[in-house]
Design a protein around this ligand. Structure first.
Ligand SMILES: C[S@@+](CC[C@H](N)C(=O)[O-])C[C@H]1O[C@@H](n2cnc3c(N)ncnc32)[C@H](O)[C@@H]1O
Length: 293
């Protein structure tokens, strides 16, 4: 896989027009209070650029995350931070988006998905994919534990297949870490995979994914709300614990797009607290938060 430089993922989108009609000078001066207008501005910006809904109940979360940026940048407060965001040359928009994403993940998270992948889906592909080709998309891959878990499962069962896993996220920082493929701990990875596919880097508590596993995965920055450049369809899509941050309209549209992006018979895996029940889809429920086209 080619070397990807960190800067390639930054900055991502430029903000040409201020959201509040250019009334930036109306922001109150220096303080560490987030005014209502600033909260509105930041939450609308987050929604417009990422689909992430930040309502009143998440005000403290937004405050904490933006405060970290303010301190890091040594700014005087929220007013200055909002002004910086409106300067399209500052590159801060990308850092703001990175700051507001929630990246919690784990190896083999929601183990029943990996049991299903192992016992049902891969067996199904073995039977149907005569060309021995497998395409899987981890959409919202965070720091990489999800695509690496998929890759270990695939490599373990279909070692001689032409398998490729596309792993995408909006957040350039987590994507960079995912691409590195090094971790402080391997919790969740079954022992037989650890011994086969993970190496101790001779540093205390630092482990690396083996090249055999890394080369199955292509990491790319992709905003799920934007156009998807992928031409082919997938055998399976994992979009777990991502939809939860969006409103119903965004979820409904995404689920429809996932349907079209899957091969007939392909599987969609969503997060444990997510459901397609309220959307009118053609997906069949075939397991716990697992759907089939
Ligand atoms: C909680 S993590 C889930 C990670 C992994 N799928 C799992 O279940 O362990 C959610 C991820 O979705 C990403 N995300 C949020 N909004 C996104 C968007 N509009 N496009 C792409 N990724 C997005 C975040 O950056 C974050 O890494």
């Amino acid at each position: 896989m080619c070397i990807i430089h960190r800067q390639q993922w930054l900055p991502m989108v430029s903000l040409a027009t201020p959201l509040l009609g250019g009334h930036i000078n109306e922001y109150p001066s220096t303080n560490l209070i987030m005014q209502d207008a600033e909260f509105q501005y930041l939450s609308q910006l987050a929604f417009r650029e990422s689909g992430i809904v930040i309502n009143e109940s998440k005000r403290d979360m937004l405050y904490g995350r933006v405060m970290k940026r303010i301190r890091y940048l040594k700014l005087t407060g929220f007013t200055a931070y909002c002004q910086l965001l409106q300067d399209s040359y500052s590159g801060e928009l990308s850092a703001f988006i990175n700051a507001i994403t929630t990246n919690l993940t784990a190896f083999f998270r929601e183990e029943y998905h990996f049991d299903f992948l192992h016992n049902v889906a891969l067996a199904d592909f073995k039977h149907h994919n005569q060309d021995k080709k497998l395409r899987i998309w981890s959409a919202g891959c965070s720091t990489g534990q999800e695509p690496y878990s998929i890759a270990m499962s695939v490599q373990g069962q279909l070692p001689d297949w032409d398998s490729k896993i596309l792993a995408t996220d909006l957040d350039s920082e987590v994507l960079w870490r995912a691409h590195q493929g090094t971790y402080d701990e391997l919790m969740g990875i079954p022992m037989h995979y650890r011994t086969q596919y993970c190496s101790d880097m001779n540093l205390q508590h630092r482990y690396s994914m083996d090249d055999k596993i890394k080369q199955l995965i292509a990491f790319k920055q992709l905003n799920l709300l934007s156009r998807w450049p992928m031409k082919g369809q997938f055998d399976a899509i994992f979009c777990r614990n991502v939809l939860i941050y969006f409103d119903d309209e965004t979820k409904r549209k995404l689920v429809q797009r996932f349907y079209s992006q899957l091969k007939p018979g392909g599987y969609l895996f969503i997060g444990h607290s997510e459901s397609l029940q309220s959307f009118n889809t053609k997906f069949k429920l075939v397991g716990q938060t697992i759907y089939q086209r």
